[in-house]
Design a protein around this ligand. Structure first.
Ligand code: PLP
Length: 358
């Protein structure tokens, strides 16, 4: 069997979740498990946090129904609301919560006849300028929806665009605009994604909404005392299944991107960009080989990549290679490859997931 594996440590997930909850000050915590829990497996991750998370956040009804089918019975929020008013009966049937973040969604809720109670998170565009009602529309939408007997007290939410940049005034500006816009309105509030939760203590409010930090990657541009406590959840691993010795001056792989400067022993690893490893990881990108620091050489292929074994005489066929995990960490690897720590685990496919700590 091909040895590529994504080991998923559910104890680390729970530990990161508890850190998020602690930072939220014991307030309510929504765990973002959209995009298959950022590639970690939404069902396994939601089960591991079931009973601890106050709600789960997903991108669409398809993702919510997958969790319901797996027995997750607590609150699930559709973070982008519905994409078509046709989804409202299913939303009611499965007792889903949903964001209302565009004027047409307000109209659709008003027009929808139901005996059920609708749990809405009303979203303000406080400066991200992607989704959410404009400040000038927000209070009118709040009044219209609050007047409907089927609408429960709403959570008032907004989303931060630059919370990872601790020196940007933008997060403060967004929080101030949010506070001014909702002044006097009833309802719990929610502003914090992971970077806001880790970096902006005074923005925390009734609900926090961590995503990336649950999976153990630091979303901030720099590390701080909290990010040091994050435990990587995914370990991406495979094995060396061939080796060869090449002379100085000989190239390795497509495009001869690596040319040996010394006699070099090359290890071939059963994992490539079709598994989610970044194709343009540069020569020298760190890996661990049987627990020892090593590095990538040559361009990553679809199904394979190559590492330098010259200084690791014990390593050979059968050696375990860790592409990310405790070392190198996702948040260290990603910038070296000019991608984000969000994107790497989301791109994982084809490798078998192996759960522990369930
Ligand atoms: C994905 C998402 C989050 C979580 O964001 P992270 O940066 O991964 O913590 C929070 N809120 C909303 C609305 C989201 O879509």
């Amino acid at each position: 069997m091909r040895p590529a594996r994504a080991l998923i440590d559910l104890d680390a997930l729970r530990s990161n979740f508890r850190l998020a909850r602690e930072l939220g000050g014991g307030r309510k915590t929504l765990a973002a498990v959209k995009a298959d829990a950022y590639g970690h497996g939404a069902v396994a991750c939601a089960r591991a946090l079931d009973g601890e998370a106050d709600a789960f956040g997903v991108a669409c009804i398809e993702e919510a129904l997958e969790l319901r089918a797996a027995g997750i019975s607590g609150p699930i929020l559709l973070l982008e609301g519905f994409f078509d008013a046709d989804e409202l009966p299913l939303i009611v049937q499965h007792k889903l919560w949903f964001a209302v973040a565009a004027p047409w969604q307000v109209d659709a809720v008003e027009a929808f006849q139901t005996d059920a109670t609708l749990q809405i998170w009303l979203k303000l565009d406080s400066g991200m300028h992607r989704l959410g009602l404009a400040p000038a529309e927000f209070r009118a939408a709040h009044a219209r929806l609050s007047a409907l007997p089927q609408v429960a007290p709403m959570v008032l939410m907004s989303h931060m665009a630059r919370a990872d940049e601790l020196d940007s005034p933008r997060t403060r500006e967004q929080a101030d605009l949010f506070a001014a816009t909702i002044e006097g309105l009833a309802g719990e509030t929610s502003l914090c994604n992971s970077p806001a939760l880790l970096g902006w203590p005074d923005v925390r409010s009734d609900w926090v909404r961590p995503g990336l930090m649950l999976y153990g990657a630091n979303p901030l541009a720099a590390h701080n005392a909290y990010t040091e406590r994050l435990r990587p959840v995914m370990t991406m691993q495979s094995k060396i299944f061939a080796t060869r010795e090449i002379a100085a001056g000989e190239p390795v792989g497509y495009g001869a991107r690596f040319v040996a400067e010394r006699p070099t022993r090359v290890g071939v690893v059963a994992l490539g960009y079709a598994d989610g490893y970044p194709q343009f990881a540069p020569n020298g990108t760190p890996v661990q080989i049987d627990g020892q620091p090593g590095h990538l050489i040559g361009r990553v292929s679809m199904d394979m990549l190559t590492v330098d074994l010259t200084d690791l005489p014990q390593a050979g066929v059968g050696s375990t290679v860790t592409l990310w995990g405790d070392a190198p960490r996702l948040d260290v690897l990603a910038p070296l490859c000019k991608v984000s720590a969000y994107q790497l685990p989301c791109a994982v496919k084809r490798v078998a997931r192996v759960l522990s700590g369930g």
